[in-house]
Design a protein. Structure first.
Length: 68
């Protein structure tokens, strides 16, 4: 993920979108493993998020104190 900076005001929320593409920034991914620009078929991607002790996931959001 590219570095970014956001100001989140008190009471506002942050949403996380999980995707297997970044179109139009990058070309569409046919999800077949075929050579780039030579794909003949498409497959729907399946994303999984694991939330158990064997597969810990986290997002670390550093907090910069106000007034800096």
């Amino acid at each position: 993920m590219y570095p970014t900076s956001l100001l989140v005001k008190r009471g506002h929320r942050i949403r996380l979108d999980i995707s297997s593409s970044n179109f139009p920034r990058f070309d569409l991914n046919p999800n077949t493993g075929e050579p780039l620009n030579d794909n003949r078929s498409w497959k729907v991607a399946e994303n999984s998020i694991y939330l158990d002790p064997d597969h810990p996931s986290r997002i670390i959001l550093p907090v910069i104190p106000a007034g800096r």
